[in-house]
Design a protein around this ligand. Structure first.
Ligand SMILES: Nc1ncnc2c1ncn2[C@@H]1O[C@H](COP(=O)(O)OP(=O)(O)OP(=O)(O)O)[C@@H](O)[C@H]1O
Ligand SMILES: [Mg+2]
Length: 254
């Protein structure tokens, strides 16, 4: 049984005099301990699909299942890290990382300890009483990651978590996310525009077409690349070959 099953998802947005088919019959499955990328042009429906998977948006047609149980509303089995980091500026870092625990009504001393310990794991020490605006962009993204992990979800949805960061910070954060999710044996969907990032971090890549959003290709990253951490994967000869292949496929899509 797969961990996550997306079954015949179609999403149509209606306005007063028009409609737009944003996703058209999307089917896919994700397994335990798997890291999967959604790669595709702006507007192809990646964020919309994450909103549907998280239970925030009810699809026009189709269903989402986690281990055969249908997801119809947000649940702490799924951790969603939104496209913009939306840490609350009036809350301290500690108050921000427990928001998920509050929403899910599981804010016990043990779970707070778990969240605070995660901060240490991602290299953030002595920031608990700081406010988000005192932190750099990379640090804020790490806080957002901790908040997402704090509720101990089975799968994480990461919507372009690295796109607003400078190159070095981005590579470092890719490493951190890669190792943290492996350590905690989590599955994840990483939405990105960046072909290199998808290959370096993920086990499998879905390439999306636009207007309407459909799955154009599924790419399985070769085993020797999967084993390497994101930095080293970029140096491997297979990396450039796969990049070239995906580039050409995406060119064909226009
Ligand atoms: N609530 C909504 N009502 C109407 N149209 C919407 C709504 N949400 C998204 N759309 C439209 O659906 C399409 C897909 O949007 P979405 O944000 O899912 O794309 P995306 O692939 O995440 O793009 P990006 O890479 O720029 O983040 C866009 O044309 C967008 O305008
Ligand atoms: Mg988006």
């Amino acid at each position: 049984m797969s961990l996550l099953k997306i079954d015949k998802i179609t999403q149509v947005f209606f306005s007063s005099d028009d409609y737009k088919v944003v996703l058209d019959n999307v089917n896919l499955e994700i397994n335990d301990n798997e890291f999967v990328a959604f790669l595709g042009p702006s507007g192809c429906g990646k964020t919309t699909l994450l909103s549907i998977i998280s239970g925030l948006l009810k699809p026009t047609i189709g269903n989402v299942y986690i281990k055969d149980i249908q997801i119809e509303k947000p649940t702490n089995r799924i951790g969603y890290m939104l496209q913009q980091d939306f840490l609350y500026p009036w809350r301290t870092i500690e108050e921000n990382i427990v928001i998920g625990l509050e929403i899910n009504k599981i804010k016990s001393p043990e779970n707070i300890r778990y969240a605070l310990n995660l901060l240490k794991q991602v290299g953030l020490e002595n920031v608990e009483q700081d406010y988000p605006q005192q932190l750099s962009g990379g640090m804020r993204q790490r806080v957002a990651l901790v908040r997402t992990l704090a509720t101990q979800p089975e799968i994480l949805l990461l919507d372009e978590p690295f796109s607003a960061l400078d190159y070095q910070t981005k590579i470092k954060l890719e490493e951190l996310v890669f190792h943290t999710l492996k350590q905690f044996k989590k599955s994840a969907i990483l939405v990105t525009h960046d072909i290199e990032e998808a290959i370096a971090v993920c086990d499998r890549i879905y390439i999306f077409n636009k207007d309407p959003g459909t799955i154009a290709h599924e790419i399985i990253v070769p085993e020797d690349l999967k084993q390497l951490n994101p930095f080293n994967a970029r140096q491997h000869p297979e990396f450039a070959k796969l990049f070239d292949h995906i580039w050409k496929e995406m060119e064909k899509l226009g």
